[in-house]
Design a protein. Sequence first.
Length: 290
Amino acid sequence: MTMTFNPAPDLPDFLKPKWQTLQTVLSPHPQPALAFSGGVDSSFLAWFLVHIMRKPVIGYCAVTPFLTARDREETRYMGRIIGFSLEEISLDVLNLPEVRKNPQNRCYHCKRLIMGCLKEVSLARGCTVLLDGSQTDDTRQVRPGRQALQEIGVLSPLALAGFGKEDIRQAGRLVSLPGWDRSSQSCLATRIPYDTPITPALLARIEEAEDFLQDKGWAGMRVRVHGDLARIEVGPEVWGIVGSAAVREEIVHRFTLLGFKHVTLDLAGYRSGCWDRYPETTTGHMEITP
């Protein structure tokens, strides 16, 4: 598969110093490894390493119960498009009680396990550093996994160079990187309230529910689960569609088959870090009934 990129984009002034700083941050590392998710951030960093820095980067994708089949395929696709070696490392993070029990610092334990494994594998294969796609917006949000990255010694070049999410989207657009405007993704565990145990069956229900809505073209969407209640977070632009009786009936029917007794539409819309904003409450939602 061949893709034509623009390796010499006409950068706006606000991106030029960040672009140059990113080159400076990456220069000392002759053979980097990259924790690759296929999302906007890690894809741009992979592109930069391959097409600007000309580095022999190796990408590692952690295949866990929290990774959807759809996101796994997207990761493989972006690896082929960008043109670098991508390896998948299977890890059953649910074997770790600190992850399975889903405490508020679950992400710390999960990230420490994953990144520790990726670093061990990459160093054994001759890589000089493990990179990830964290950017400056991540440092301003509740992200327990950031502590794990620091403890393990993972380098976050985009954050060090001052790139935020919108900077990366703009840069991705200018270099013709596919998926530059893709909705942000997160692991399936973020759909489950803290202290609710995580099981493979629960994750499968959530994945099926979200696949159903994504097949309808609902991007930037989450299905949060509260026992037998499914709370759909989606942008207001979709609310008019849900007003159709036929659409409501279809959603309720499909979610009922998945084991949900109640289906609600959250009037606050989609918001990242839902449980960290409202860790003990669920407000602003209405039930969808046929």
